[in-house]
Design a protein around this ligand. Structure first.
Ligand code: HEC
Length: 142
């Protein structure tokens, strides 16, 4: 019995530590990690280890093409990027980068975001697949 109680405590503590961090600065829009969005990317599984070179490349492209509207940890014109994979699938993130206009028109989660962000459109930055992939890797490091 003592042993079982101890085990239960350990499990409870472990669970607390692993609970998603409640970040009030991130978006309140709907969360659906099974939604892959609409666009050219139908399957993307990240390697368990972050590819640092790719992430660094992504960081540079993000700095050039995204920071006018996005910051890492707080809202600007668009949502904060930190914790993006706690609310979106990798495919969805790729598709909103590569195909934002159609996503904002047809994807339920993107449409909800658009409403939350007062109908400000995320414009197409004309990224190549490779550039979008590098940014997706960089976003893992936030
Ligand atoms: C003109 C401003 C603007 C630019 C530039 C822009 N975005 Fe956005 N982005 C937005 C807005 C605004 C939203 C919220 C949806 C909407 O209202 O269009 C958004 C949404 C997103 C989302 C979804 C966030 C979430 O919480 O689900 C991601 C991911 C994203 N942008 C990534 C990027 C990346 C990466 C770049 C650079 C390649 C970029 N954006 C460039 C304005 C911008």
């Amino acid at each position: 019995m003592r042993y079982l109680l101890g085990l239960l405590m350990v499990l409870l503590l472990w669970n607390c530590n692993n609970a998603p961090k409640n970040n009030p600065k991130t978006t309140t829009a709907s969360i659906d990690l099974t939604n892959k969005g609409i666009g050219p990317v139908t399957h993307l599984e990240f390697d368990s280890i972050v590819d640092i070179n790719m992430a660094e490349r992504g960081d540079k492209i993000f700095g050039a093409k995204c920071t006018s509207c996005h910051m890492e940890e707080s809202k600007l014109i668009g949502p904060a990027m930190k914790g993006i994979y706690e609310r979106r699938s990798p495919e969805w993130v790729m598709n909103i980068m590569l195909n934002p206009i159609e996503m904002l028109k047809k994807d339920p989660d993107a449409t909800a975001l658009l409403k939350e962000y007062n109908n400000v459109l995320m414009l197409n930055q004309n990224l190549t697949m490779e550039e979008a992939r590098a940014i997706a890797e960089y976003l893992r490091t936030l």
